[in-house]
Design a protein around this ligand. Structure first.
Ligand code: PEP
Length: 248
């Protein structure tokens, strides 16, 4: 059985004080322990958030990391540094990073390998643009992204990875893929993983949907057979919405 995982992606929002206030508001309301509740926050607040969530059901993730452990990479943060903070998850290859920060399939793969080496679970984002969808290329695009992300990852490690299928046209736009369409692509991703590894691995990997998920549509999305969770941007910033999402 795959444990559902609802992860907030706060992007470049909130100060430390705002984050701590948020945790204070939600921590006793996250009742559904059958669901993993994660918040992926900016680097500046990770240390304080780890402290503030000790003994709660909330896990903390980062939104990016470098694939080297240390070196002359001004402005970057490594897996080793995240491990020191006991960070549980890290988002890798979000479409905003692919679009604005030159993230490529190759760097995504290097980061996935490095995160796993340090016991941090990567949430690997894949998804097509609107143009690719209209040209009927969705499955080929996600297949290439998934294959590249798993290159040289052992089957034992592959089972730990979380994939977030996020159609780019649905991120922050208020448009969602229909739950059926999302499930269709996600079950295809499971097929791709089966081809790379085995049925066993493909049945263990958790695959989220992301793209304008909110309290009003989370249940329908989570009812789909192959969808194991959601990666949520905008709606995860609001404490009441986050509680509703996690307790869907
Ligand atoms: C995201 O940032 O991964 C995302 C899905 O954003 P939103 O929920 O705002 O569409």
């Amino acid at each position: 059985m795959r444990k559902p995982i609802i992860a907030g992606n706060w992007k470049m929002h909130k100060t430390i004080n705002e984050a701590l206030q948020f945790i204070d508001e939600v921590k006793d309301k996250i009742k559904n322990t059958d669901v993993e509740a994660v918040i992926c926050a900016p680097f500046t607040m990770l240390y304080e958030m780890k402290k503030a969530t000790k003994g709660t059901n909330i896990k903390i993730g980062a939104q990016n990391m470098h694939f080297e452990e240390s070196g002359a990479f001004t402005g970057e943060v490594s897996a080793l540094m995240l491990k020191e903070l006991e960070i549980d998850y890290v988002i890798i290859g979000h479409s905003e990073r692919r679009q604005y920060f030159n993230e490529t399939d190759e760097t995504v793969n290097k980061k996935v390998i490095k995160a796993l080496e340090h016991g941090i679970i990567p949430i690997v984002c894949v998804g097509e643009t609107l143009q690719e969808r209209e040209e009927d290329k969705t499955k080929n695009v996600v297949k290439d992204q998934v294959k590249a992300a798993f290159e040289n990852v052992s089957s034992e490690d592959a089972k730990k990875v979380v994939i977030a299928y996020e159609p780019i046209w649905a991120i922050g736009t208020g448009k969602t893929a229909s739950s059926k369409d999302a499930n269709d692509v996600i079950s295809y991703i499971r097929e791709v993983i089966k081809d790379i590894y085995s049925e066993d691995v493909s049945e263990e990997v958790r695959i989220q949907y992301g793209g304008s998920v909110k309290p009003s549509n989370v249940e329908e999305i989570m009812n789909e057979e192959d969808i194991d969770g959601a990666l949520v941007g905008g709606a995860s910033l609001n404490p009441a919405d986050y509680v509703e999402l996690v307790n869907f």
